[in-house]
Design a protein around this ligand. Structure first.
Ligand SMILES: Cc1cc2nc3c(=O)[nH]c(=O)nc-3n(C[C@H](O)[C@H](O)[C@H](O)COP(=O)(O)OP(=O)(O)OC[C@H]3O[C@@H](n4cnc5c(N)ncnc54)[C@H](O)[C@@H]3O)c2cc1C
Length: 378
């Protein structure tokens, strides 16, 4: 991709999303097809390079640009956007904490879409608390022997590389955690059944099982004991902005569809748009949407410019945007009446997709607690 500014990149992503991703979105949602074609299209257009520095073969943009692209992708196809965000988390981790060999061998392929990345933090018994994970990586000679499992992993079974949070020293609490990049075909790694989700259906959510999984020591990302920091800078420092952007993209799509429908749907010769009850819902949708979008930009800009601001700003942007998207998509169904409840009218998919974003990464309840604790100094 030649040197462009943020607005030009956003326009390019909007064009690609509306021309290539939107037309297939309903079909891949219904068939639960993993959107490989979409990922390749994003790779060919250069969007996988966006947040990687020029020194490492990327375009060197920050979270503001990343969020605007994720938003445009999500407006067309939220499943593709979530896969895109998950992949970007892994490329960022390799850039920030991977060895030169890791960058040369893995990052280059991931930036063109030849290889796909996914991150695996969550476990069946850990919930949103990454501090409660138990997957163990024991160092023996030149390898780590990994045992444990991960749950609900986006792109599981499809991705080529998994950024996995493990315990390398169970005695040390958060300081005993590390991140490994584990290849899909590593002996001892297997995948569970596909979760039959209500939304984001094309993302492939599966459990991952590690049974004496032998991972070369070169696959350590960061130093031993730095897992929490790596996850903080990537899953939290980038992924939460991605999740907020996906929410805004979904809500924008729902708002546009509801406005169009309100003007076209006539009852007894009158468009429903003339009714104040419908107008009020549309106003609330527009305001919710624009407020969350503007707040996301503010939070992303703060995180881009101020060291250490990424976590709390990511939490705030994600909480506000994901809850807004559930509300807006729900209102879009109301504006569209029975039509909104049917698959042909798209907003029912948008509602199902939006619902997953209040759960993924950290649930709204966790985020409310974390934001309050930061303000209270607890
Ligand atoms: C669509 C989707 C994609 C995902 N993709 C990935 C992925 O790629 N990689 C990955 O690692 N994970 C992924 N996840 C997992 C995700 O991170 C977890 O679902 C999330 O952290 C919540 O954990 P849980 O589902 O176990 O809910 P639980 O922890 O069981 O929570 C259930 C309820 O209890 C509340 N609760 C739990 N503990 C507390 C507490 N201490 N205080 C207050 N309330 C509490 C929660 O807020 C929630 O309301 C994905 C999830 C979804 C839905």
């Amino acid at each position: 991709m030649k040197k462009l500014n943020i607005e030009e990149i956003r326009e390019l992503s909007e064009k690609l999303a509306s021309e290539k991703l939107a037309p297939r979105a309903a079909e891949i949602d219904q068939n639960r097809t993993f959107p490989w074609e979409n990922i390749r299209a994003l790779g060919e257009a250069g969007f996988l390079e966006l947040i990687i520095s020029e020194d490492n073969g990327g375009l060197g943009f920050g979270r503001v640009c990343f969020a605007s692209v994720a938003e445009e992708i999500a407006k067309a196809c939220a499943s593709t956007a979530l896969i895109y965000v998950s992949h970007s988390i892994v490329t960022k981790a390799i850039e920030l904490a991977g060895s030169e060999a890791a960058k040369k061998n893995w990052l280059t392929k991931m930036l063109t879409g030849q290889s796909l990345g996914a991150f695996a933090v969550h476990e069946p018994d850990s919930g949103s608390n990454s501090g409660a994970i138990t997957t163990l990586a024991k160092k023996e000679g030149d390898h780590y022997i990994v045992n444990g499992s991960k749950f609900f992993i986006t792109s599981a079974g499809e991705a080529d590389f998994y950024l996995v949070l493990v315990r390398t020293d169970p005695e040390k609490g958060p300081q005993g955690m590390s991140t490994l990049l584990i290849e899909k075909n590593t002996p001892g790694l297997s995948f569970g059944q596909h979760e039959d989700k209500m939304g984001l259906t094309s993302t492939s959510s599966r459990e991952m099982f590690f049974s004496d999984c032998l991972v070369p020591k070169e696959n350590l990302i960061g130093n031993e004991g730095e897992g929490t920091q790596v996850i903080g800078k990537t899953v939290v420092g980038l992924g939460f902005f991605g999740a907020a952007a996906i929410s805004v993209g979904i809500a924008r799509s729902a708002t546009e569809l509801a406005i169009k429908h309100a003007k076209e749907r006539a009852i007894a010769g009158q468009p429903i748009a003339v009714h104040q009850a419908v107008q009020f819902m549309i106003t609330d949708m527009i305001l919710g949407n624009e407020a969350a979008e503007a707040f996301l930009k503010v939070c992303a800009a703060r995180a881009d410019s101020t060291q250490g601001a990424a976590v709390i700003n990511g939490f705030k942007a994600k909480l506000l945007a994901s809850e807004m998207a559930v509300d807006v998509t729900n209102k879009a169904i109301q504006v569209m009446g029975g039509h909104g409840y049917c698959r042909d009218y798209i907003v029912e998919r948008l509602f199902r997709d939006a619902r997953g974003l209040t759960l993924h990464f950290k649930t709204s309840e966790w985020l409310r607690q974390d934001i309050a604790k930061a303000a209270l100094g607890l």
